[in-house]
Ligand binder design. Structure first.
Ligand SMILES: [Zn+2]
Length: 474
């Protein structure tokens, strides 16, 4: 494992990352609320987590990643007020909440796949974990940090925070945190800052479950505490989410989890900044129309160009999204893709890299391990390709494909596609025959096929386990 550094919102500093049980890393991410398509701003958060996971892996860590799907309890306001988002869509579309959740989960996963976002090890939906949430609420009640009322079970925020009333993550007092907001104040709450763990007596709510306190449904925050503990244990290494989660959602997750277990909940909270249309404006649903991945694709942009756009910015910086930025990212994507195509088809394990390429891997890893500096890492990858062109030396594939394990452009897949699409059928057939001959150790036939391929203008290079077939320089 290489030393990895990351900005921890808890300490407000870049810290050396020390997982509890190296090289294993437990990682929990707040996932989508599935009541609308996820727009590009939402997808940025998941691209950030994907880059973090892949960078940790490149440095020798083994990441176990859990992400939730919110399909109940997330109200139209993050502070428990308004209507359940899923149910609101269900009523509008004349569907059941489950149908709404299934539909938008499928759309989300389709977009995630197109962006080459790896699936988490566990993708868990809130409605499948109601019993875990009920048990956790019972533990919080046992420890005296929650109280039961006719309208629900509430978390006692002031008792938890103590006399300073300052949040550990947001570093704001309750008054600062809610300044200027009119909090929906249920008369049952001891303080307007208290939040619902379990909601009771809402007959209009479609999704209801039995609980020791009566039929009802969970608050939004409790699901993340319950599911992260279930799959990753009481203390997790990294918890991710957007910076909008800092003051309410994550603050509440810490309060619920630690009041139940008495253990630290999260060692490193890592938050990503937003995608903005112009400086300062978040692309959000309330701002009206916002772009979806399908909008980009319809305008001729490759999905992985958006991946590169996000990779080209620090996760803690806003990304300004506009035509110019996405077109520049598309150019970078094409630059890599074109280079990969010029390498022709290679089975894994191509010829050894030239010695000069090694330095690029080191610099790439170093950039990522320095607070996930993806723009710098991207610059190193672009430089590697430029240098290969400059030297007219393409023996960099092993390095480039390792870099691509984090970039996520599937350059190996592009090379395979080239073979399928662009190799003349006769050449493709000879290559296949030759590979079969080598597998059968029929070297006489392999040599003969090599000569025929060379006559057709292909350079054949063999290593112990594989062969490459590169069109001779034109
Ligand atoms: Zn969450």
């Amino acid at each position: 494992m290489k030393p990895f550094h990351i900005f921890n919102t808890l300490s407000r500093t870049v810290e050396e990352f020390r997982p509890l049980d190296p090289p294993n890393v437990s990682l929990y991410s707040c996932g989508p609320t599935v009541y609308l398509p996820q727009h590009l701003g939402n997808m940025r958060a998941f691209l950030f987590v994907d880059a973090l996971k892949r960078a940790l892996r490149l440095s020798g860590y083994r990441v176990r990643h859990v992400m939730n799907i919110t399909d109940v309890g997330h109200m139209t306001s993050d502070e428990d007020a308004g209507e359940d988002k899923i149910e609101k869509t269900a009523r509008a579309e004349g569907k059941t909440p489950r149908e709404v959740a299934d539909h938008y989960t499928t759309l989300f996963l389709r977009d995630a796949d197109m962006l080459a976002i790896e699936r988490p090890d566990v993708l868990c939906r809130a409605t499948d974990h109601i019993a875990d949430m009920v048990r956790l609420i019972e533990r919080i009640l046992e420890h005296g940090y929650a109280y039961v009322t006719p309208s629900g079970v509430y978390f006692d925020v002031e008792k938890w925070r103590g006399p300073s009333r300052v949040g550990r993550l947001s570093r704001q007092s309750l008054d600062e945190q809610y300044a200027g907001q009119r909090l929906e104040h249920s008369p049952d709450k001891k303080s307007p800052h208290d939040f619902a763990l379990w909601v009771l007596n809402q007959p209009r709510h479609l999704m209801q479950w039995d609980s020791p306190w009566g039929r009802g449904y969970p608050g939004w925050h409790i699901e993340c505490s319950a599911m992260s503990m279930k799959y990753l244990g009481e203390t997790i290494d990294i918890h991710t989410g957007g910076t909008d989660h800092i003051p309410v959602h994550h603050e509440n997750e810490i309060a619920q989890s630690e009041s139940a277990t008495g253990q630290p909940f999260v060692r490193y909270f890592v938050h990503n900044a937003f995608l903005v249309e112009k400086e300062g404006t978040k692309i959000s649903k309330s701002a009206g129309k916002f772009p979806l991945l399908s909008d980009l694709v319809a305008s001729g942009i490759h999905p992985l160009a958006f991946r590169l756009l996000c990779f080209g910015a620090k996760y803690r910086s806003e990304i300004v999204f506009n035509d110019e930025a996405i077109r520049a990212a598309q150019k970078n994507f094409e630059y890599f893709a074109e280079f990969a195509r010029t390498l022709g088809d290679v089975e894994a394990g191509a010829p050894q890299d030239s010695a000069w390429a090694g330095e690029y891997r080191e610099r790439f890893v170093e950039a990522l391990n320095n607070d996930l500096n993806t723009p710098q890492a991207l610059a190193v990858a672009l430089e590697l390709v430029a240098e290969a062109y400059r030297r007219d030396d393409r023996r960099v594939w092993n390095t480039l494909s390792e870099l691509d394990s984090v970039l996520g452009l599937d350059l190996a897949g592009l090379r395979k596609a080239v073979r399928a699409a662009e190799l003349p059928p006769e050449v493709a057939r000879l290559i296949e025959e030759r590979q079969a001959a080598r597998r059968d150790r029929n070297y006489k036939l392999a040599d003969e096929l090599r000569r025929r391929l060379e006559e057709l203008g292909y350079e054949v290079r063999d290593t112990r386990d594989s062969s490459s077939y590169v069109p001779k320089a034109v």
